[in-house]
Ligand binder design. Structure first.
Ligand code: ZN
Ligand code: ZN
Length: 190
């Protein structure tokens, strides 16, 4: 049975929940997002036979991302998952073989309480009800793909290595992004 068959939902939910630590709303919707994305791409076995075919872009660093990671096998460390920290509940699934890609965005149907005020049962809802699905194109230069680093540069200011073309050329200098932008996520303690 392909991963996107609705009959798989409870089993996949249990797997995603085990990876995440509990079955919360984000794990529920993330499980269904994964099933929906893979159905549109015709990928039925992302952790087995279709292992090399899939890349996922997630737009939030929350629970749903754990579900997508657990069920697709895509990981940042394998370069098959890209985390865009936009704070948006959305994910784009790319079939690397066919170049087809879909961006899956939940509608508010999964947050609408039932008539008696309970949580909606996603198992009873269709992909069409739960998601907006957009056919998209995702440009993937070689430096974004899995495999050995395509390039290694050295930042002229901090002296640290920068892999995969993430360096910036500015005024004849090769710089890493934080040095170029003159800001970073940390401050050195005085
Ligand atoms: Zn959670
Ligand atoms: Zn630097």
């Amino acid at each position: 049975m392909a991963i996107y068959d609705l009959g798989n939902y409870e089993g996949l939910l249990a797997e995603a929940g085990a990876f995440h630590g509990d079955i919360c709303g984000g794990i529920r919707i993330g499980t269904r997002m994964t099933m929906c994305g893979l159905r549109h791409l015709g990928i039925g076995d992302p952790r087995g036979a279709d292992k090399k075919k899939l890349m996922v872009f997630v737009e939030i660093d929350r629970c749903a991302t754990d579900a997508i990671m657990a069920l697709t096998g895509c990981r940042p460390g394998k370069r098959s998952m890209k985390v865009k920290d936009y704070g948006k509940m959305a994910a784009t699934f790319v079939n690397l073989e066919t170049n087809r890609a879909v961006r899956v965005v939940p509608t508010d149907a999964n947050r609408r309480p039932t008539a008696d005020g309970g949580e909606p049962d996603l198992a009873k809802m269709s992909d069409e009800e739960l998601f907006r699905v957009l056919d998209v194109e995702v440009p993937l230069p070689p430096e974004d793909l899995p495999g050995k680093p395509v390039r290694r540069a050295v930042c002229a200011r901090c002296g640290e290595d920068v892999l995969d073309g993430r360096e910036v050329e500015a005024a004849g200098e090769t710089l890493c992004h934080p040095c170029f932008e003159r800001r970073d996520y940390y401050r050195i303690r005085a």
